[in-house]
Design a binder for this molecule. Structure first.
Ligand code: FAD
Length: 405
């Protein structure tokens, strides 16, 4: 997808836009959407992307939006229950905000509100899960109203997961992220002042004395009033201060199907799943597609693609009641990289903004984070005037801390 060429011809004056967004994944395209949505004086926006539209983590992920219990627990421990409440409400509102925009913009992206079952097949994991749930009830985290703790004696039957020892349910959204982003960008191009240039890698950004920034690419340069880095794991290429903060991690995902026309098809899974095993922290997630196939991600205990294939090849047969003789097999396997969120104005770089690094769970965070960044740019307001959780604010202090978070 390429718009008209905005780049300079030799000796022409360097072209210009109000806002330059680097990266055409969900972060970049959602920021553009919120900058333009319901805006009577829309800014001129250029998106530059190294490869084709949505080639990074967004185009590779399973499309599962839900509250990440482990993150809420981590934030409760590190920043207290108020911060955890802010994060959990933010994640919950994301589910509904993305569903609404998919409907409003008629995005053909298989968006479906669903019930998410976080199940544990190991007793220590189930005990930990129960402890986390009880802590959250004790801390009066008000999102808890949307969560069911399933009594252990019923978990196997309700979830269909063999030998399940513990389970929680919550509202979730499943969708096809690549389609969501490409359809949304197409809508924006149809109706507004946006120009997307693919195969155009930003090689450097310089800030000029007149307050403008100049981005250089192999196709020429462009001047911009404001710059948004939506560059995920690649951020430190331009902002070296983030090198130890946004650290890419490898994630693997698979598409599993069963033989067509089988006399004994396995039961359709009506929910999305998290599946936790031993050792503690080992977890996969599954999103059944309407056609009966399953997207399964995780395999974080394996770092190479072939061991991950072996893991996914038997996951349905081993774990789901009625799938033993299904012949389920992996027909695609892919990988990608993704770290923790840093959002807001880039410290010491006026008019430069960032939203990047989501610790492999960007889907329940990005859309409304992008809304917050767009608000900062549109209304010229500080981070605190947005609804982005405070723990995501990027600051000098945060950057100087000697930890990767
Ligand atoms: C295999 C896999 C499965 C996942 N599953 C889930 C899931 O089920 N649920 C969930 O919540 N999260 C999941 N995630 C994480 C989620 O996909 C990410 O958090 C999210 O997509 C990040 O979106 P983004 O737009 O910030 O980054 P990206 O989609 O990576 O986009 C960044 C873009 O910036 C471009 N770029 C970088 N540098 C430059 C440059 N110099 N010039 C031009 N362009 C540049 C890149 O090419 C890229 O397209 C998964 C990730 C992977 C890899």
């Amino acid at each position: 997808m390429e718009g008209h060429n905005v780049f300079s011809v030799p000796n022409a004056t360097t072209p210009y836009c109000d806002i330059l967004i680097i990266g055409a994944g969900l972060s970049g395209v959602a920021t553009a959407y919120h900058l333009l949505d319901d805006n009577p004086s829309p800014p001129s926006i250029v998106i530059l992307e190294t490869r084709q539209v949505c080639p990074g983590a967004t185009g590779r992920n399973g499309g599962h939006l839900m509250r990440v219990h482990a993150h809420i627990e981590k934030v409760t421990k590190e920043a207290g229950p108020e911060a955890a409440k802010e994060l959990s409400q933010f994640q919950a509102s994301q589910v509904h905000a993305m569903k609404r925009v998919a409907e409003k913009e008629k995005l053909d992206c298989d968006a479906l509100l669903t019930w998410y079952l976080e199940t544990s097949v190991s007793q220590p994991q189930a005990d930990e899960q129960r402890k986390v749930y009880e802590n959250q009830v004790e801390n009066n985290l008000d999102f808890i109203g949307d969560i069911n703790y399933i009594q252990p004696k019923y978990v196997e039957e309700i979830s269909g997961v063999k030998g399940a020892k513990g389970g929680l349910t919550a509202t979730a959204l499943q969708l096809w992220p690549y389609k969501f982003v490409t359809c949304l960008l197409a809508r924006l191009i149809e109706r507004s002042s946006i120009n997307a240039q693919t195969h155009t890698r930003v090689t450097s950004i310089s800030q000029c004395k007149d307050g403008f920034s100049i981005a250089s690419t192999p196709r020429g340069s462009i001047r911009a009033k404001k710059v948004v880095y939506a560059t995920n794991g690649y951020t430190s290429g331009h902002l070296p201060e983030f090198a130890k903060k946004i650290v890419p991690v490898k994630v693997t995902c698979s598409h599993i199907s069963t033989p067509k026309g089988s006399a004994n098809p396995p039961p359709h899974l009506n929910h999305t799943y998290g599946l936790s095993y031993e050792p503690l922290g080992t977890r996969d997630y599954l999103i059944p597609r309407p056609d009966g196939t399953v997207i399964c991600g995780g395999a974080r205990n394996t770092t190479l693609i072939e061991p991950a294939r072996a893991h996914f090849e038997t996951i349905m047969q081993k774990n789901f009641i009625g799938w033993e003789d299904s012949g389920a097999h992996v027909d695609y396997l892919w990988t990608g990289t993704d770290g923790w969120p840093h959002c807001g104005q880039v410290p010491s770089r006026e008019k430069h903004y960032i939203l990047a690094g989501y610790n492999v769970a960007g889907m329940p965070l990005i859309f409304l984070t992008a809304k917050g960044i767009a608000k900062m740019i549109r209304d010229d307001v500080p981070f605190e005037s947005t609804s982005i959780p405070k723990i995501f604010k990027t600051t000098e202090e945060h950057l100087k801390k000697d930890v990767t978070s």
